[in-house]
Design a protein around this ligand. Sequence first.
Ligand code: MTE
Length: 454
Amino acid sequence: MDDSKIPSALLGGRIRRAPENFLDGAAIGEVSKGRRDVLRASFAAAIAGIAAATRPAAAASDGDPDILELPPWSTSLGLPVAAVPYGMPSKYERNLIRRQSPGLTQVAGSSVAFAPLQGSFGIITPSGLHFERHHQGWQDIDPKRHRFMINGSAPGMVKTPLVFTMDDLMRLPSVSRMYFIECGANTGMEWGNVAVPTVQYTHGMLSCSEFTGVPLRLLLEMAGADLKRGKFVLAEGADGSSMTRTIPIDLVMSGEVLVAYGQNGEMLRPENGYPLRLVVPGVQGVSWVKWLRRVELGDKPYAAKDEAVHYVDLMPDGTHRQYTSIQECKSVITTPSGGQTLVDKGFFNVSGLAWSGRGKIRKVDVSFDGGKSWQEAKLQAPVQSKCLTRFTLNWNWNGERAILQSRATDETGFVQPNYRQLRAVRGTRSIYHNNAIQSWLVEPSGEISNVQVA
Ligand code: MTE
C-alpha cells in the first residue's frame, strides 16, 4: 500500500507497548498514554494532506480538553537552559532504557544490557541507549593517563614502536562514519527456542553510531609496519578482562578499521570504551575492543581465549568454527513486535532494521502470513555500507491471526535464511551468529508474541 492511498477509514490502528517497557505499575497508565500519543502524532504527520480536512473537526467535536483548554505549559514560564547543562530525555520517555535479560544469569562483573529497539526511530542509537557488553565491568578511564601503543610481535615487524597519548591521537587526521555493531551472541537465546518476549531481548545487542577516529592503517604506517610479514593485528583492552582479539590485516588496510574516540558527535561513553576503542565495521562486536591500549602486528592469528574458547560456533559434526567474524545479512521488524498489542485493526506502518557485515542492504521483503507471500518494503535513506538500514511497509490489519516476518538481501546477493535453512548448515547447538528470519505472531486479540517458523 503506498502512502498516497491510505484510506481515512483505516485511521484506527494503535499499538500498546510491551509491559516490560514500563518502570512500575504506577507508571503504566501514564507512560502508555504518552507512547500512544506519540504514535498518533507521528501517524498524523505521515498522512498529512490525506486526512487533513476531516481529523481536526472530528477531534474538536469530541470536546477534547487537550484542544479546548490551555495547558500549564502554555501559560507559565519554562525552565532556563541552565537547569539542564547536559540535556536528558523527557521524563515521559523514562521507560525507554537499556535492560538486562531476566533470562540470563546475572554474574557480577560480567553482563549485557540490551538496547530498546522497539522504541527507536531511524538508524542511530542514542549513546545512552547503546547496548553494552563487558566481561569484567566497565571503567571510566582518565584520558590524561591513557596510553595507546603500537608494536610488533618480533623485531623489525614495526620499525618504530609508538606510544600515543590522547592528545597525540586527536591531532591526527580523523574520519567520521556510521556503522552498526552487533554482538556475535545477539539472538543467541533463539537457538534454543527460548522465545524471549520482546525485540529488545531477541535483537537488542545491536546498535549503530557515527564513530570518529583515526584509521588504524595510518597509525601502522606511522610506526613503519612491515606489511609483507604482518598478516594480523592483535587488539588489547585496558580493562581487567584481558580482552584481546585477532583482526586480519586486509581489513585494517581497507581503511575502515578505526581507533575511535568519538561516538555520535561527542567522546565515547565510558561503557562503550572511553576514551578509545577499536571500530571494526561488519565484524562481530567482541572484536571492537574497548578501552583500547595496544595493537600488535604479527604474522599469525593469536588464538586468544576469546577466539579459541569463546565466540566459536559448534557445528553439527562436533567441530568448532573459529574466527567467524563477519555478521551476515539480517533484519528484524521492530514495530509492531513482541510484547506489544495492536489495540484495534486498521492501518499500521510496519518498521524495522536491516544490516549486513558485507556491505549495503539491497532489499527487504516483508511477510504477513508467516512466509507464504512477500512484499518489498521501502528502504529509508541513507542506505550505507555496514550500517543499519531502516525499512517500512504499510499494512492494513484485518483483525485476523498474522505472522510478521522480514527477510533482508545484501548487495552480495546473500539472502537472510529461515530457521530450517540456518539449522541445516549450523545445527542446533550454537550460541553465536543467529541471523535467521524473526517471526512475530499477531493474535486476533492484537497481542504479539515471539514464535519460530521453520
Ligand atoms: N573490550 C574490552 N576491553 N572488554 C570487553 O569486555 N566486550 C566486547 C567488545 N569489546 C569487551 C570489549 C564485546 S563481547 C562486545 S559485544 C562489544 O565490546 C560491545 O560493545 P558495546 O558495549 O560498546 O556495545
